[in-house]
Design a protein around this ligand. Structure first.
Ligand code: AMP
Length: 468
């Protein structure tokens, strides 16, 4: 059963640039702006038209690249990747872009998403004699492209893409071409930008702003883009399905200054807060948000409710996101290290505490406790997204159902468990309304982790049709 299977979880960022003499350096800056999408490893592969040069490693972008190294990268085309993963291991060979070389040509692959039939394909490839070097699902695509000694081109890439199922945004760099592909449901974001005469590709548009590039358009579901010195071309490797953009990109994953599917993330989060204020009002003294990802929703809640927005929690910005720490015990320590209450603001006050989402419930519990210890008289928790009850198989680390607190407990129980005076979540419809008003587009948003309606399944027969 799909719902019991634990997928390879990768929430990553990809970046590519074609036709700029500072390709490697710009890729570094682009990746830096998408660091929030993955902190376990980073890599850049550059092509000078003759060979692929790779530099990658475990750790943050800054740790992996030292400025001095860019002079060693010659080439005007590059792809880069930041990686977050829970499975596939924190090992160097899984850090992307993955590079494959044959006697005639090489290929670098950078992937955001999750191939859900990777295990099956891996078995088939191994039966046919392939030896896979990594535990990453991305390598499966490389083997499918190079099957039977095929050259790397639109035909072989199209054939390979048609064998994989899942959510993916791929960048492929060969010595003289760059390819970009988005799965037929377009679950993950991928955009095209321009920087002078150069083409830029990025998971998030904040990477364009970072390097002074302009947004051109989104890659379409089922589209294969080819960039070469002759320019850019587009083909369809699959029938364009209805877009199923991941709701969590808006709720939590993407940076507030990015536009996802042409909707600004901060604005969407603010509207989530406004919807929440309408759906779940509270008699309180102030609204506070959990930094950083909940600030936009808290501002929206405050604006719609007329309550003052206050800075009730401070984040130590020198500590990474809690969720990169693997064990529950470490996560709990992480929260303690990362957030501090502003005692002088919250003491004696009735607080509405906005969080963007609850996954395991660890963060909310610690924050409620922290606020109460700092003297808050009441803490009312309002979550700016619906309960996450189902694992994600499309590239977000949502773990197994066992670890999702809302999969196993009622909202009321969660409130008691985290010590809140009250708790309410945003409804699914409220979330969709906040992302986009136009109801005809609501079906184009994937809410599988909240509803269990999986738009893509390994067995296409099982595919669930959205009914809102
Ligand atoms: P917790 O409930 O303790 O697991 O943490 C929930 C917090 O982690 C939320 O407030 C989000 O800011 C953040 N978050 C949201 N989605 C994820 C995710 N897929 N993986 C890790 N953390 C997440």
């Amino acid at each position: 059963m799909l719902a019991d299977m634990k997928g390879m979880n990768e929430e990553c960022g990809v970046f590519g640039i074609w036709g700029h003499d500072k390709a490697a350096e710009l890729t570094y800056y682009g990746l830096h702006s998408m660091q929030h999408r993955g902190q376990e490893g980073a890599g850049v592969v550059v092509s000078d038209g003759r060979e692929l040069n790779v530099h990658k490693g475990l750790g943050l972008v800054n740790d992996v690249f030292k400025q001095a190294k860019f002079s060693e990268f010659s080439g005007d085309k590059a792809v880069g990747h930041v990686r977050y993963s829970t499975q596939g291991g924190k090992t160097h060979e899984n850090v992307q872009p993955l590079v494959f070389r044959s006697q005639t040509e090489g290929m670098a692959l950078a992937h955001n998403g999750n191939i859900i039939n990777a295990d099956k394909l891996r078995g088939q490839l191994e039966d046919q004699g392939s030896i896979l070097q990594t535990s990453s699902d991305t390598e499966v695509l490389a083997h499918l492209i190079k099957r039977d000694g095929m050259a790397i081109n639109e035909t072989s890439i199209t054939a390979a893409l048609n064998r994989i199922t899942g959510a993916y945004a791929f960048l492929i760099l060969t010595e003289d071409k760059m390819y970009a592909a988005l799965d037929p449901s377009g679950v993950r974001p991928l955009s095209i930008g321009r920087l002078g005469s150069a083409y830029v590709m990025a998971s998030e548009t904040c990477a364009f702003d970072q390097i002074g590039a302009t947004f051109e358009r989104e890659v379409l579901p089922g589209e294969l883009i080819t960039i070469s010195d002759d320019g850019i071309t587009s083909t369809r490797f699959a029938m364009r399905g209805q877009r199923k953009m991941c709701a969590m990109e808006y709720v939590y994953l993407s940076r507030p200054d990015s536009d996802v599917n042409e909707v600004n993330v901060h604005a969407a989060r603010k509207r989530m807060g406004m919807e929440l204020a309408k759906e779940a009002p509270v008699d309180a003294d102030m609204v506070i948000g959990v930094p950083d990802s909940s600030i936009s929703a808290a501002i929206g809640y405050a604006e719609a409710s007329g309550l003052p927005y206050e800075m009730g929690i401070i984040k130590n910005r020198y500590i990474g996101r809690t969720f990169i720490q693997p064990s529950q015990e470490l996560r709990e320590q992480g929260v303690k290290l990362k957030l501090a209450p502003v005692r002088g603001i919250v003491a004696g006050k009735r607080i509405v505490m906005i969080d963007d989402s609850v996954v395991r419930g660890t963060t909310s519990k610690r924050i409620v406790h922290m606020l109460k210890q700092a003297g808050a008289s009441e803490v009312h928790v309002r979550i700016a997204s619906p309960p996450i009850q189902y694992p994600c198989y499309y590239g977000i680390d949502m773990s197994t159902r066992d670890e999702l607190v809302a999969a196993n407990h009622s909202v009321g129980d969660i409130g008691k468990m985290i010590g809140a005076d009250s708790i309410e979540y945003l409804s699914v419809i409220g979330l969709k309304e906040a992302i986009v008003k136009d109801k005809t587009i609501h079906q184009g948003i994937c809410t599988a982790c909240m509803t269990g309606n999986y738009p893509i399944t390994e067995d296409r027969e099982q595919q669930v049709v959205y009914r809102d």
